[in-house]
Design a protein around this ligand. Structure first.
Ligand code: AMP
Length: 282
């Protein structure tokens, strides 16, 4: 694996691959890597000639600076994991590489209503920050394919929409989970072993919704899903919602569709966890 910290060296290397006609797959991450990240690397390795991973904890997507400071950082372990996964290139830029003019926001992107729903409601400005870093990284790497995890469902929708005019394909990969259903997440490092058992309630609540989904009683489903979460030690729930797969508008009444997505975010011992599940009752 080639580890590169600065943009000119990365672009020099990538342009030599591109002139050889090699396709570039790109996996952006914030480090503290786990098997979920590696599944994206593997997907890229299967479908692209060269796999580039980036590790960059993007300060502008955190609306809470305490959360940013507490974000797990395990660079040595990350490098080992990426080497073992035969990643071709690791890009490890600094904040000043990505934001040479500083992190202050110049102008906002028009991301539509989806920006303000669910995650956007609880993390104002989050998707503006996500799109800022994606724009920078895509302009630097110029990949053929961007590999994202369904784990961050709303992020996938926002990025797909944002990159509509860019010559890059977006590939969304399935969520990797612990045996008990808990979605792998860098934030799980801050959970104790017993927390991890309780944390699976988030998955179980979504599974409950998917198993019992039908046109009526949507509010009842959500109420019962919340009870599953609350009775497993979660201190608060930001949301549990059943939404249209594309717009993320709540699926109710005339908006009902046999296909939908259930999404949830909740706090367990100071750690905010999110998860989602696609529903198909067609
Ligand atoms: P992050 O480092 O949290 O920014 O995540 C980097 C990428 O890995 C994003 O596209 C995530 O959606 C994806 N990802 C995170 N957790 C998982 C998981 N459990 N399974 C699959 N992909 C994941």
């Amino acid at each position: 694996m080639i580890l590169i910290k600065n943009i000119p060296s990365l672009q020099h290397l990538l342009s030599s691959y591109k002139t050889q006609g090699k396709s570039i797959g790109f996996v952006p991450t914030m480090g503290a890597l786990h098997e979920g990240h590696l599944s994206l690397i593997n997907e890229s390795k299967e479908n692209s000639d060269i796999t580039v991973c980036s590790i960059f904890i993007n300060p502008v997507q955190f609306n809470d600076m305490v959360d940013f400071k507490k974000y797990p950082r395990t660079p040595e372990k990350d490098i080992l994991m990426l080497e073992q996964a035969n990643t071709d290139v690791l890009f490890f830029p600094s904040v000043s590489d990505i934001y040479p003019k500083g992190t202050e926001n110049e102008s906002a992107y028009d991301l539509g209503e989806i920006e303000h729903l669910l995650e956007g409601k609880f993390r104002p400005g989050h998707f503006q920050g996500v799109c800022r870093v994606i724009q920078q990284l895509i302009n630097i790497v110029e990949p053929d394919t961007l590999y994202l995890g369904q784990k961050d469902y709303q992020q996938c929708l926002v990025i797909k929409k944002f990159l509509k005019e860019y010559p890059v394909e977006v590939s969304v990969c399935a969520t990797k989970r612990e045996e008990n259903g808990l979605a792998l997440s860098s934030r799980n490092m801050r959970l104790s072993d017993s927390d991890k058992i309780n944390a699976a309630a988030l998955f179980k609540s979504l599974q409950y919704i998917a198993d019992n989904y039908k046109e009526t009683d949507m509010d009842e489903l959500i109420k019962n899903a919340k009870t599953i979460i609350e009775s497993n030690g979660f201190s608060s729930i930001d949301y549990v919602e059943i939404c249209d797969k594309e717009t993320l508008q709540p699926v109710r009444g005339s908006n009902y569709s046999a296909k939908a997505v259930a999404l949830a975010a909740a706090h367990l011992n100071g750690v905010r966890l999110i998860d989602n599940m696609l529903i198909d009752q067609a």
